[in-house]
Design a protein around this ligand. Structure first.
Ligand SMILES: *Cc1c(COP(=O)(O)O)cnc(C)c1O
Length: 374
């Protein structure tokens, strides 16, 4: 089956990992900082903290945002469940707001309507790699004294009004899962524009440990002493994986242009296929696309999915609206809540897109899809 997404790992990537394996540090050594520094360069110079997954990054971001039990978190349902699950696990109340019909990103008007005095966080998701409407969202969160979080699992390397992802929200989270633009096998990161939030994130990822005597409550205990002021977890990304991350970030410009090339080719060659809507792109956005999400009209998505898979083409659906998961159903969330997102979901299909996809394989995808729809 031709995959819809796939990592690209070269011999140089492998050599970078092997070198760390032969060294003194397998975890929390020099590769961690070097990876974070390199990632910060892509995030417009904003500092970041690496963690063990995109899910961990979201968890840490909500902690850094000061999310407390009972606080409300506004987000779109057109996302992977982790965006919502992590907020819920911290006692947050997830409030779903509808999306724009063409980008499937959080609709600022819907977000505004969903906000209340208890809204602590608004989370935007850069669906498929296309940044959300950050100027409008920032205005909303600024006026409400809420924190703007960007789930940028799809959008590393994208720009909004010439500003890179990482600079657009108070806190930005990345995922380095193998299908994402850059991989560390499992991995993630949190970018914070505020140093206090960055410090909270860094501490939480390491059990909440306080090592600096100047900050300790009992600094005279001895040289070995470290103490916990508020609980954290072990979300440390090992050196071995950071070494892979450094090598991968060194190839991000290449990934970005290859993805753009494939996207332009899909855009051109699928433009006239009937019953198909191609992904929208705002004129002021320069996306590094993680997904190529088409919409199959006329109620034919299921049929097209089945026939493409039968032809050996690994198309995917991203995503069922998050509140359709039984866990949210059991909490009282009902279908129909975000009709635009639900409509988008019923039509959505992700075509294969990854740097290793050859033009020949892409042509096979285009031909098969065209044959089914015409
Ligand atoms: C992949 C993804 C996550 C979770 O990242 P993991 O690294 O798999 O934990 C969260 N949100 C979105 C939108 C994602 O695509």
């Amino acid at each position: 089956m031709m995959p819809y997404g796939r990592h690209s790992v070269t011999e140089d990537d492998i050599a970078a990992v092997s070198e760390v394996l032969r060294g003194d540090w397998l975890t929390t050594g020099p590769a961690v900082r070097a990876f974070e520094d390199e990632l910060s360069r892509w995030a417009g110079g904003m500092p970041c903290v690496s963690v063990t997954s995109g899910t961990a990054a979201l968890h840490v971001a909500y902690v850094a945002a000061g999310l407390r039990p009972g606080d409300e978190v506004v987000m779109p349902p057109m996302t992977f469940v982790a965006t919502a699950a992590t907020a819920h696990l911290l006692g947050g109340k997830v409030v779903f707001a509808d999306v724009e019909p063409d980008t499937a990103n959080l609709d600022p008007a819907a977000a505004e309507a969903a906000m209340t005095p208890r809204t602590r966080v608004v989370t935007a998701v850069d669906y498929a790699g296309h940044p959300a409407e950050y100027d409008a969202l920032r205005e909303l969160t600024g006026a409400a004294d809420a924190v703007l979080v960007a789930d940028a699992a799809h959008s590393l390397g994208s720009f909004y009004r010439d500003r890179p992802v990482g600079t657009l929200a108070d806190l930005t989270t990345f995922s380095f899962f193998p299908t994402k633009t850059v991989t560390t096998a499992e991995g993630g990161a949190v970018v914070a524009t505020d140093p206090a939030r960055l410090a909270t994130a860094a501490r939480f990822r390491n059990h909440g440990l306080v090592r600096d005597p100047a900050e300790q409550r009992h600094p005279d205990e001895g040289g070995w002493h470290q103490e916990v002021h508020s609980f954290g977890l072990n979300y440390r990304l090992p050196d071995v994986l950071c070494a892979l991350g450094i090598a991968q970030l060194g190839r991000l410009a290449e990934f970005r242009s290859r993805r753009a090339e494939l996207v332009a080719r899909y855009d051109a060659l699928l433009a006239d296929v009937p019953g198909l809507a191609l992904p929208a792109c705002r004129p002021y956005v320069s996306p590094c696309r993680h997904l190529y999400p088409v919409r199959v009209l006329d109620g034919r998505r299921r049929e097209v999915y089945d026939r493409m898979r039968k032809a050996g083409i690994g198309v995917q659906v991203n995503y069922i609206p998050a509140y359709w998961h039984p866990a949210f159903e059991d909490l009282g969330y009902r279908r129909g809540m975000c009709p635009v997102a639900e409509r988008y979901y019923t039509e959505q299909l992700s075509l294969p897109l990854h740097p290793g996809l050859s033009f020949a394989d892409q042509s096979r995808v285009i031909e098969e899809l065209t044959r089914i729809l015409t």
